[in-house]
Structures are given as C-alpha cells and as structure tokens.
Design a protein around this ligand. Structure first.
Ligand SMILES: *[C@@H]1O[C@H](CO)[C@@H](O)[C@H](O)[C@H]1NC(C)=O
Ligand SMILES: *[C@@H]1O[C@H](CO)[C@@H](O)[C@H](O)[C@H]1NC(C)=O
Ligand SMILES: *[C@@H]1O[C@H](CO)[C@@H](O)[C@H](O)[C@H]1NC(C)=O
Ligand SMILES: *[C@@H]1O[C@H](CO)[C@@H](O)[C@H](O)[C@H]1NC(C)=O
Ligand SMILES: *[C@@H]1O[C@H](CO)[C@@H](O)[C@H](O)[C@H]1NC(C)=O
Ligand SMILES: *[C@@H]1O[C@H](CO)[C@@H](O)[C@H](O)[C@H]1NC(C)=O
Ligand SMILES: *[C@@H]1O[C@H](CO)[C@@H](O)[C@H](O)[C@H]1NC(C)=O
Ligand SMILES: *[C@@H]1O[C@H](CO)[C@@H](O)[C@H](O)[C@H]1NC(C)=O
Ligand SMILES: *[C@@H]1O[C@H](CO)[C@@H](O)[C@H](O)[C@H]1NC(C)=O
Ligand SMILES: [Zn+2]
Length: 440
C-alpha cells in the first residue's frame, strides 16, 4: 500500500505538539487512516499462484505472495450487502436486521444526546469545534476521559489490565496482508494477542483475518473505515461497528464483543452505540507510537525504541506492581511489526505474562458464540491451558459458508442497552488536552 503513513489531520498535528514523543502516556492513537488501497495485481496475473485458503495464505512470508489480491468465494457471496470499503458506513438498503437494531436505539440516542452531536470531520479536523472544558460527554480526544459519569450507566473503558506485571498485548489496524512473519513469531512464542481489525481490511484480506482467529488470537473491531467516530452521525457510527462485526461473523464465524475507537476518538454517544452492539470499549494505557513514521516529522527510530524500552523499564522499576499496561502496537507495516518482534524477548523477560485482553480479564468466552473459549488468566499462569480452543469452523474457514446461509435476522435486536460490565475502571491517568477542539 502506498498510502503515506501520516495523514496529518489537524487534530493530530496539535496532538503532536501537546503530547511530546517522549511521553509514554498515550495521548493519541496516532495510527493513520490506512486509506484506500491502490490497484493490486489480480490473482490471475500470478497464474493462480495466490492463496486459496487460510493454510495457503499463511504458508509464505514472501510479501508479494501475501499481498497479491485473491478472490474468495465466501466474500464474493456477501459483499454486495456491505458498505463500500474505505467509505463511511451507512445502513445498507433492505438490511432489515441492521435497520431494526438501529431503530431500537435511535430514540434513546436522540433523547440522551440531544446536544452531543457529530463534531469536526471524519478525518479528525476539530479546529472549528467548540466544546466545554467540563467535558460533559467524556470525550477522550478532548480530555482523555475514559470514565463516563456514573449517571450515564456506561461502564468505564478498559485502559489497562488488572493483573500486575502483565502486558496486555494487542495490535491495531490489521489484518495486514503481509503479517505472516509476525504471526509465525507469535505462534512460535505461544503469544496470543487481541487484534483490532478494520472491516475494510478484513474484506481486502479475508484469509489473513481468518488466520488470526485460527491461530487463537482475540478479534476485536476497529471500525469499518477507520475514521474519527465522534464526527459521524448516529447511523454512520452504528454502521461502522455493525458491518465490521458482521464481517467477522460472516467470514470468521465468530461475533466479537470488543472494539477500539480509531485514534481513541470516543464519547458517551459513541459508547452507547457500541454498548448496544455488546461491544466493550478498549483504549490503552501506554503507546509505543510505533506508527509515528520513523524518519519523518522529527520522529526517529531511536525515539520509538525508547518508547518500547520505557514501558519495559517501568515493569522493572515497580510501576506495574498493581496492574498491567494495555499497550498500543500496530500491524501496520514491516517496521511496526518488526519493532514488536525486536522487543518481544525483553518484554517477555521483564513482564510475568504477555496475554490478550480477554485472558487478562478472565473472559473465557470472548465471542457471542460459545464454541470458542479462551483460557482464564490463572489457567495461563498455571500452564494448564494456554491455547484458545478455536471453533472448527474457524480453523477450517467454514464460518462463511455457515453465515451466508444463516437468515439475516440472526442477530437479535435488543431494546435494552445492556451493561457489558468489564470493570477495568483504572483510568485515572492525569489527563492532558490531547486535541485542540476549541475549548470553552
Ligand atoms: C502491510 O505491510 C506491508 C509490508 O510492510 C505493506 O506493504 C502493506 O501496505 C501493509 N498494509 C496492509 C493493509 O496490508
Ligand atoms: C430492496 O428490495 C426491493 C423490494 O424487494 C427491491 O426492489 C430492491 O431492488 C432492493 N434493493 C436493493 C439495493 O437490494
Ligand atoms: C432516527 O431518529 C431521527 C431523529 O428522530 C430520525 O430522523 C431518523 O429517521 C431515525 N432513523 C431511523 C432509522 O429510525
Ligand atoms: C454527573 O452526573 C451528575 C448527575 O446527573 C451531575 O450532577 C454531574 O454534574 C455530572 N458530572 C459531570 C462531570 O458531568
Ligand atoms: C447482546 O447480548 C445479549 C445477551 O447475550 C443478547 O441477548 C443480545 O441479542 C445481544 N445484542 C446484540 C446486538 O448482539
Ligand atoms: C518508573 O519509570 C517511569 C518511566 O521512566 C517513571 O515515570 C516512574 O516514575 C518510575 N517509577 C518509579 C517507582 O521509579
Ligand atoms: C520485514 O522485511 C524483511 C525483509 O523483507 C523480512 O526479512 C522480515 O521478516 C520482515 N518483518 C516482518 C515483521 O514482516
Ligand atoms: C481472574 O481470575 C483470577 C483467579 O481466579 C482472579 O485472581 C482475578 O481477580 C480474576 N480477574 C478478574 C478481572 O476477574
Ligand atoms: C459449522 O459449519 C457447518 C457447515 O459448514 C454448519 O453446519 C455448522 O452449523 C457450523 N457450526 C458453527 C458452530 O457455526
Ligand atoms: Zn487504528
């Protein structure tokens, strides 16, 4: 993909100024809008040598092979009922399931958030936005708020893990077409991670996505088009999550129950939409800033190394004696994936455990389906079970076939906005202004 690494929406420029690269506290999910991909070689151009199933897609670390487009029948069968990739999602015509589910929360959204309206632009330009400094909407981008006022009934976002000396492992922005070297390494080290996948990337690389589920990583959502969610209407924000969740269900056979807002951009309105889809909001506590493009804008590889080393040093100096960090890493490109692999030995030696978010919270059934179970934290510690029990349909890539034949109404609309209740109310980090919405 030839997309420049940093799209530089205004908010991020300001974020750079306010959140120095030396600061280990997360200020901003600096991950770039991954962008629309350019034309890719057709599978036929390779004489049919491209991947045909999960195993063949996983079989090579050659970048050309991995990143050559392929057609995948289960995707072809469903893609007409999805939004166009890399565009803002909306509810698709005749999607009665989505319409009915959205309809069940629409009135609630309108009445609860009459003034919490879309602000700024989906690319993150909040320069013309007026917003109260009391942060009534718990808008992360403004104050790094992760704990909604109790009166909202919304749970706090997950920002770190309750287990001491435990690195909450996750990667944003995948699936990356050429992630096999990283995923091979994770398998070899028996490391499982939480993968925050972008719906449009899943459609670009369905077999790569399937590998994550098959390898026993936890899949969470990272929206359909990776834009600033608070800039979207209720329906758009809903559709960004709804269709990404549906993509994972239709292609991987499981229904995730967690998501991470791109750039961390979430407020109570968006949290309420996520909650209606049974999605726990996961932010992070520490940012490797691996996606700050090395060698541009004054960012050097040494600075990114220092971010990694800083988090490792904190384990050594007692900072994680009562909780563990949720660390922001990306599977964005060869550099970000390689950085993790470079530091993984030091991370494993400094921390007692390196686990996905589900395991750190003892969430043994991370998906709506009971067919996939993850080990609890104590099972991992004792070594009695370290590997998720992956559904047969996931390993065989048959989730799609099953899903395609399933009736559209397989997700039951729920009137009640259910508390997801994962605790994780550890967000007491000193908040600093991350973004210059004009604060009044
Ligand atoms: C994945 O990584 C490769 C290699 O660094 C890069 O060329 C590609 O654009 C990345 N992105 C996606 C979405 O596959
Ligand atoms: C929606 O359904 C109507 C009536 O069944 C049909 O005429 C129309 O073509 C459908 N539209 C789309 C976009 O599928
Ligand atoms: C949601 O509510 C708004 C405001 O009342 C209304 O204009 C819109 O038609 C509703 N959308 C749906 C899908 O019910
Ligand atoms: C939290 O909600 C209570 C009750 O509605 C209200 O009095 C208080 O001002 C709110 N606090 C913030 C910070 O919005
Ligand atoms: C949320 O979870 C509840 C309880 O499992 C379920 O009844 C409901 O259908 C789910 N809602 C959605 C939108 O998946
Ligand atoms: C540990 O290191 C971090 C990062 O350098 C620092 O902020 C913190 O104060 C240190 N804590 C202790 C207990 O030395
Ligand atoms: C990065 O690229 C180099 C050279 O092609 C390759 O050896 C290495 O495995 C790649 N790393 C990752 C994480 O993909
Ligand atoms: C997970 O289980 C362990 C062992 O029973 C327990 O100590 C820990 O508090 C649990 N964590 C959570 C978040 O419930
Ligand atoms: C697995 O796939 C088969 C068909 O391929 C289907 O009959 C079955 O219901 C699926 N099981 C689950 C748990 O999705
Ligand atoms: Zn991202």
């Amino acid at each position: 993909m030839t997309m420049t690494k940093r799209a530089l929406p205004f908010a991020i420029i300001v974020g750079v100024l306010l959140c120095g690269a030396e600061e280990s506290r997360a200020c901003q999910d600096h991950d770039k809008f991954p962008g629309r991909r350019g034309p890719r070689p057709r599978r036929s151009d390779l004489g049919g040598r491209g991947p045909t199933d999960e195993a063949s897609a996983a079989s090579s670390t050659d970048v050309t092979y991995q990143c050559t487009a392929y057609s995948y029948a289960p995707l072809t069968a469903i893609q007409n009922s999805y939004p166009v990739q890399w565009t803002t999602a909306t509810i698709q015509p005749n999607d009665t399931d989505a319409t009915s589910l959205f309809g069940s929360i629409n009135a609630t959204l309108n009445s609860k958030f009459p003034t919490d309206l879309p602000r700024g632009t989906p690319a993150g330009d909040f320069s013309g936005v007026s917003y109260s400094s009391t942060d009534p909407d718990c808008w992360w981008t403004s104050t790094l708020c992760t704990t909604p006022n109790a009166s909202t009934g919304l749970p706090a976002d997950i920002t770190n893990v309750p287990e001491p000396m435990t690195w909450g492992l996750g990667f944003d922005d995948g699936p990356n077409c050429s992630h096999n070297a990283l995923y091979d390494y994770l398998l070899q080290e028996n490391l499982k991670a939480t993968m925050f996948y972008i719906g449009s990337n899943i459609f670009d690389w369905p077999l790569q996505a399937l590998r994550a589920a098959s390898d026993g990583h936890q899949i969470c959502l990272h929206t359909w088009s990776h834009q600033y969610m608070t800039a979207l209407s209720n329906e758009q924000a809903f559709a960004e999550l709804y269709y990404t969740r549906k993509a994972v269900h239709d292609l991987l056979g499981v229904t995730p129950q967690c998501w991470r807002p791109p750039y961390g951009d979430v407020d109570n309105r968006i949290r309420t939409i996520a909650q209606a889809l049974n999605l726990t909001t996961i932010i992070w506590s520490h940012d490797t800033k691996d996606d700050w493009e090395a060698n541009t804008n004054g960012v050097t590889p040494a600075m990114i190394d220092a971010n990694y080393q800083g988090i490792i040093d904190m384990a050594l100096n007692g900072s994680f004696n009562t909780f563990g960090p949720v660390v922001l890493n990306h599977e964005l490109d060869n550099y970000t994936m390689g950085e993790f692999m470079k530091y993984a030995p030091a991370i494993k030696s400094a921390f007692k455990q390196v686990v996905p978010i589900a395991t750190a919270f003892n969430i043994s059934q991370p998906y709506a389906e009971s067919s996939v179970t993850f080990p609890t934290f104590s099972q991992v510690v004792s070594g009695s079970s370290t590997t998720p029990n992956v559904a047969v349909n996931v390993t065989q890539g048959q989730g799609a076939a099953a899903a395609v034949s399933a009736p559209a109404g397989s997700v039951t609309p729920s009137k009640a906005i259910r508390g997801v209740g994962n605790g994780g109310d550890n967000g007491g980090d000193g908040a600093s202004l991350a973004v210059a919405a004009v604060v009044l």
